[in-house]
Design a protein around this ligand. Structure first.
Ligand code: LRH
Ligand code: MN
Ligand code: MN
Length: 430
């Protein structure tokens, strides 16, 4: 039995308070979707089987490059972070795994595994960091890492990625996500072709160290920290990487890593079609890589992404297991609340996508009936699926209203009493 950070009695009494209203809402929604020939129980089951990994770096208060305003009870290190991740999982039952970032989360792998096991948590993809310098490291990444002009710096970056694989092997991870900040700030500063050649050669060295049952995800991002050119800047380059490396290499789509108005759902569709979609970093954004909470700015876009995933399933696409991970920075909220809410928003988008009448949609597409095709998507999107989400949580031992349960639990106060106040930082992403 996993160690419970929130008392089960608290969750039970919270659920008791809300149960009658929830049951009535679930029944009403069941009758509503039954008129569309949808079995609410089947949808609930699907939703309950959908999980998304929490980023270890998401449970601490984030910051901008201007400032960081920490909250109370900030996690002191990876073990506190795992405790906080367990709270998100306990209440949502949607986040059984954590994605680690090395060296931020570096610790004895046996201790990491034991702590996670005790909490009933597992590990999703490992994330390497060659976009900042670790204390004491020999070569700096100021001018790049896997694509650096200097062979020794590239070798150091390769070694770091291999070390991430080694740690991952010891804790039960099965994937490595590689995002580099390499690029340039001035036209002429770097040679586009040669940088990419060096990057591919270095990634091939990392790829060689990948166990047979592992996948490697390359993550593209249009800009930042480099502001003129970025080596892995878009999904086209990313697709070339995955193709060049081999069958264990896939593309990771971070929703915040595109130009505003980019049709991300279409990128998702293309990568599925050509068998190279590896997974997601979910978040939301308005201007750039804002790392806002999933579904907080454009929930319809999130729905359209899930519509592509469900469509692929419906079309019988095989060998398709995208990794679902959150990648957010929580600057003004309690990070645990943001993660609870984001996990629910992600499941909401999935549930709505499951409600799309795919036969009707295909018919409207064949008839070139643009209005009704669009309306078919909207009809699913407009459905308030909250009772389905709540039922999935309830059946798995979670909370009908996880944010309310979290607030009533006093967890933040409890950890604030134990964890010393964290000092405000001058910036940075963690
Ligand atoms: C880069 C990124 C990448 C990093 C994370 C901290 O913007 O999305 O995934 O690992 O942020
Ligand atoms: Mn990311
Ligand atoms: Mn990002």
């Amino acid at each position: 039995m996993a160690e419970q950070k929130i008392s089960n009695d608290l969750i039970a009494s919270e659920n008791d308070r809300l149960l009658a209203a929830h049951e009535s809402d679930y029944e009403a929604l069941g009758a509503h979707v039954a008129r569309r020939s949808i079995d609410i129980g089947a949808v609930t089951k699907e939703v309950a089987r959908f999980f998304v990994a929490v980023p270890s770096w998401g449970v601490g208060t984030g910051g901008t490059r201007f400032a960081r305003f920490p909250g109370n009870g900030e996690p002191r290190g990876i073990f506190d972070k795992l405790d906080d991740c367990a709270v998100v999982q306990q209440l949502t039952r949607a986040t059984p795994t954590v994605s680690l970032h090395i060296p931020w989360d570096k610790a004895d792998p046996a201790e990491l595994k034991a702590h996670a096991d005790a909490l009933g948590l597992g590990f999703d993809a490992m994330n390497s960091n060659t976009f900042s310098d670790a204390p004491g490291q020999t070569n700096s990444y100021k001018y790049g890492s896997l694509s650096h002009v200097d062979a020794a710096t590239r070798a150091q970056a390769v070694e770091h990625n291999i070390e991430c694989i080694e740690i991952g092997k010891a804790i039960g991870s099965k994937a490595l996500t590689v995002w580099i900040g390499d690029g340039s700030n001035f036209p002429g500063q770097t040679n586009f072709a040669q940088s990419f050649e060096r990057y591919l050669a270095a990634m091939q060295d990392v790829y060689k160290a990948l166990p047979d049952d592992w996948r490697i995800f390359s993550e593209h991002k249009m800009y930042e920290p480099a502001f003129y050119s970025t080596v892995v800047q878009d999904w086209g380059t990313n697709y070339l990487i995955a193709q060049t490396l081999g069958p264990k290499a896939f593309c990771l789509v971070d929703l915040g890593h595109h130009a505003p108005n980019t049709n991300i759902e279409m990128i998702v569709s293309r990568l599925i079609q050509f068998k190279k979609l590896g997974g997601f970093h979910f978040n939301d954004s308005k201007y750039g890589d804002d790392d806002l909470d999933a579904g907080s700015i454009d929930p319809y876009r999130l729905f359209l992404v899930f519509n592509e995933l469900v469509d692929a399933d419906h079309r019988g696409v095989t060998d398709f297991h995208p990794a679902h991970m959150i990648d957010q920075s929580h600057n003004v909220t309690d990070p645990i609340e943001s993660l609870i809410s984001s996990a629910n928003e992600i499941r909401r988008a999935y549930a709505q996508a499951l409600l799309v009448d795919r036969e009707a949609l295909a018919g409207y597409q064949d008839d070139n009936d643009a209005l009704m095709a669009s309306d078919t998507l909207k009809r699913a999107y407009r459905t308030d699926v909250e009772p389905i989400l709540a039922e999935a949580r309830l059946l798995a031992g979670g909370a009908i209203d996880p944010i309310a349960a979290y607030r009533h639990s006093g967890y933040r106060q409890f950890v604030s009493d134990k964890r010393p106040a964290s000092t405000a930082g001058s910036g940075g992403i963690v």
